[in-house]
Design a protein around this ligand. Structure first.
Ligand SMILES: N[C@@H](CCC(=O)N[C@@H](CS)C(=O)NCC(=O)O)C(=O)O
Length: 254
C-alpha cells in the first residue's frame, strides 16, 4: 500500500492531509510543488487534479483530490487511530463543521495570506504576465483578479478578519457544547484537523485573535502538542519561515 502526496509545505489544505497521515503513522512519498512557480498548473498535474490545486493523493494509482475528501478517505481505508466518531449523529455534526470551516475560516484566511505573503511576487510581474497567470487558474481565477497587483482593499481584509473571528467564536461554542477539549468532545476528529491550518496560519502572521476565548486557546495548545503536529509542520511549512519579507511585516504589526 503506497501513498504519494502531491502537496506544498506551506499549503493549509496540504497540512490537513499530512497531519492525518502522520497521526496514523502511514509512510508516504511527498512530492513538493512550487505553487508560486505554477507547478500545480502543468498539464501532467492537471490530469491528476483538474482544479489545479494541491493536495492530491495517489494511493496505489487511485487518485483522490480535495483535502477534506482525502482525510475522510484515509480514515476509511486506514481506520486505526480513527478521526471519525462512531455515532452517526456526531459524525454528521463533524461533517457540518467541516463544511462550515471550508466556507468560513479556510476561505477567509486566503485574504491575509495573499496580501501579506504572496503579493510581492505578483507585484514584480508585468500586468500581462499577471493576468495570464490568473487566467490559467481553473479554480482561483476570479480570486486572483479580484486581488490584482495592489492586493485586497482594507474592507476585504477587515471582512476576512471578521469571518475568522466569528469562526473562533463558533469553535468556542462547539467546544463548550461538547465539553471539549476538542470540537466534538473528548476525541480529536477530522473537524479539528480541518480548522487547524487556519489558526496556525493566523498565529504565524501574528494575528491570533482568540486570546479572550480560553477554550480556543487551550484547543490551540492541544493541537500543537499532538504527536502529528511537528512532522506536519516541518521547517518551511510556516509562511514566516519561507518568506523573509514577512518577518518585517509581522514585526511592524506586532
Ligand atoms: N478545496 C481544495 C482547495 C485546495 C486549495 O485551494 N489549495 C491551494 C493551496 S492551500 C492551492 O493549491 N492553490 C494554488 C493556486 O491558487 O494556484 C482542498 O481542500 O483541497
Amino acid at each position: 500500500m503506497a501513498y504519494r502526496l502531491y502537496n506544498a509545505p506551506q499549503s493549509t489544505c496540504s497540512q490537513r492531509v499530512r497531519f492525518v497521515l502522520n497521526a496514523k503513522g502511514l509512510p508516504f512519498e511527498e512530492i513538493k510543488l512550487n505553487l508560486l512557480e505554477g507547478d500545480q498548473l502543468k498539464p501532467d498535474y492537471l490530469k491528476l487534479n483538474p482544479n489545479g490545486v494541491v493536495p492530491t493523493l495517489d494511493h496505489d494509482g487511485a487518485i483522490v483530490t480535495d483535502s477534506t475528501v482525502i482525510t475522510e478517505y484515509l480514515d476509511e481505508v486506514e481506520p486505526d487511530a480513527s478521526f471519525t466518531p462512531e455515532d452517526p449523529v456526531v459524525r454528521a455534526r463533524m461533517r457540518t463543521l467541516m463544511h462550515f470551516i471550508d466556507e468560513m475560516p479556510a476561505a477567509a484566511v486566503r485574504v491575509p495570506t495573499f496580501n501579506l505573503a504572496f503579493l510581492p511576487k505578483f507585484q514584480a510581474m508585468s500586468r500581462d504576465d499577471f493576468v495570464a497567470m490568473a487566467e490559467s487558474k481553473p479554480l482561483r481565477r476570479e480570486f486572483m483578479l479580484a486581488m490584482g497587483q495592489t492586493g485586497f482593499p482594507k474592507e476585504e481584509m477587515d471582512a476576512a478578519l471578521g469571518r475568522l473571528r466569528r469562526s473562533y467564536e463558533r469553535m468556542d461554542t462547539e467546544i463548550g457544547k461538547s465539553g471539549g477539549p476538542w470540537l466534538l468532545g473528548k476525541d480529536i476528529s477530522l473537524a479539528d484537523v480541518t480548522v487547524m491550518p487556519a489558526l496556525v496560519r493566523m498565529h504565524d502572521l501574528n494575528m491570533a485573535d482568540w486570546r479572550d476565548l480560553p477554550r480556543v486557546a487551550t484547543w490551540f495548545d492541544n493541537i500543537r502538542a499532538h504527536k502529528a503536529f511537528t512532522p506536519t509542520y516541518y521547517h518551511g511549512s510556516l509562511l514566516s519561515e519561507r518568506f523573509p519579507h514577512l518577518k518585517a511585516t509581522i514585526a511592524k504589526s506586532a
